[in-house]
Design a protein around this ligand. Sequence first.
Ligand SMILES: Cc1cc2nc3c(=O)[nH]c(=O)nc-3n(C[C@H](O)[C@H](O)[C@H](O)COP(=O)(O)OP(=O)(O)OC[C@H]3O[C@@H](n4cnc5c(N)ncnc54)[C@H](O)[C@@H]3O)c2cc1C
Length: 441
Amino acid sequence: MLLNDLAEQSGPKGAYGVERNTEVVSVEQSAHYVIVTLRHEDGAQEVVHARYLIAADGASSFVRKTLGLEFDGATYADPLFVADVDMTWPLDRDKFYAQVPRQGMLTFFPMRGDGYSDRQYRFIGRIPASWEDKEELTGDDIQSLLDDHSVVDAKINRTGWVSKYRIHRRMTKQFRVGRIFLVGDAAHIHSPAGGQGMNTGIQDAWNLAWKVALVVKGQADEKLLESYEPERMPVAKAVLNGSDKGFSFIGSPNSVFHLLRSALLPRLTDIASRENVGKGIFKFLSQTWIGYRKSPAVDGDKNAKKVRPGDRAPFAHFNSGESIFSLLRGVDHHLLLFVENSGDSEVERARAKSLLTTYAFKTHVYVIDPAERSLRGVYGVVTPTAFFIRPDGHIAWRGEINRHNLASYLDRFYTRRKRCRGAGSGYTADFSRGRRLGFRA
Ligand SMILES: Cc1cc2nc3c(=O)[nH]c(=O)nc-3n(C[C@H](O)[C@H](O)[C@H](O)COP(=O)(O)OP(=O)(O)OC[C@H]3O[C@@H](n4cnc5c(N)ncnc54)[C@H](O)[C@@H]3O)c2cc1C
């Protein structure tokens, strides 16, 4: 889906685009370039010199192997199956169901979309030990599993496909080697418990993409790229550990785990339905807990009581009811200026403009009126405060409104216009939204 979108937006030939049925067959790097050999569908080979290579080539990553990086970790002992079935059963189709019988785990995902019937489910579970030697599984096997273990009557009408697979918990010790970066499953894989794998990979890519784009355009220093690994590796480790614990608890056929599950899960689901616990679970699963406070690329008021550099800019509403996130969209940077007096707005905006026009990357500046009390509360603002927010929504710098402090931060990572090729406008202000949202831009 993402690749299709990207392919549709392809730039002029040679600028960027998606080349399908093209394989990376060799990778080398020098001090200045990565040299990649591509084999096209017709067998023709092409050598590409690139400043950087982002390897998103999955768990069996050719690039990772070429770099000689170990994929440390283990394979779970118990194999799983996945089956797409047309199934009749009495439960609500708007919900995901999981059962945790002695056999290990059965999960049912209702499927929707083109080509699916309104009884279509994806069914994932642990393969019983007695089946481990079976070469292939059939719909009849899956039906017998349901007959033996499901707590509701379920009848498979038709089986689309059934597949056996093993899952792993593995991670590389480096997410970067020279000019080559690893993202997604190429760098870390974990159990599907919690549905975190693809999300973590997409966030790796988003963390890295804007940094590489600015460096390649000459708008930021290469030093910015040094933050990728220290920011993303702790996240991958935490996701790996969390999903490992979850999977071991839910999926294991071990009798101790089974007893614990039987005793604890009914209570846990009850507790999880309480609002504050539900919010915590949402925070974990949605990955909104992720922060980069220890990143070498964030700075400013690191002792702020609330909302420190590296944190994700928090969700909050303007007095009008509109979300702050409606401003923080897109691929540019944002500067929020929480002023003390409405009368300061124009002068602070002008100062920010005069600073930011000296840089080539684009920043949207918003002056937040002191009447926006709820927003100030969420952002922990008690004195005039500025937040410089990165394209990925994390706070790069927080400090008092003082352009010299902000400039000294920016000069460590971003390039001033005179040193930069192809500079565009470094500053925009969105006046129409400012008026609509009740703050001054
Ligand atoms: C049963 C199951 C359920 C899951 N459920 C979830 C879920 O609910 N939520 C979630 O977030 N994640 C889930 N995941 C994990 C998720 O599927 C993966 O984390 C995600 O697909 C990884 O994306 P990726 O782009 O890093 O790698 P991949 O999806 O593996 O893509 C790698 C791509 O690189 C290409 N490639 C490989 N080698 C080369 C080469 N030499 N040259 C050119 N191209 C190459 C491949 O063809 C492929 O297109 C699940 C995984 C499993 C197994």
